[in-house]
Design a binder for this molecule. Sequence first.
Ligand SMILES: C[S@@+](CC[C@H](N)C(=O)[O-])C[C@H]1O[C@@H](n2cnc3c(N)ncnc32)[C@H](O)[C@@H]1O
Length: 104
Amino acid sequence: MAEDIRPVYEHVPSLLNASGATAILDLGCGRGEHLRMLAEHAFEDVRRVGIDSSQQSIDAARAATEGDPRFTFVVHDLTEGIPFEDGAFDRVLCVNVREGGSVA
Ligand SMILES: C[S@@+](CC[C@H](N)C(=O)[O-])C[C@H]1O[C@@H](n2cnc3c(N)ncnc32)[C@H](O)[C@@H]1O
């Protein structure tokens, strides 16, 4: 991660209330950096799922979290909706996701 944008990533956990959280969904997760940063803060044991349409980004996210069962990364185009049941997550994150077009 570039040092100039690191403060952005460090700020995100403070926007989410970790109390009682069990599962976090990151829409347009890229390489999964937000979900990994959350692991360094108050969300240690929370299940984390990232969705991104880029296979390359998801491959990088999986490689960075290999062997850690708390992380799941899914290749999916969000303009087709969110491929999980309603209520499956109690925290949802979506940061800086625009270049792929409108998100449903
Ligand atoms: C600028 S990156 C931000 C990644 C991450 N949210 C972050 O803040 O580090 C934008 C990401 O959104 C993803 N994206 C854009 N449109 C999308 C779509 N329709 N469905 C899924 N992912 C999408 C891109 O593949 C890219 O990884």
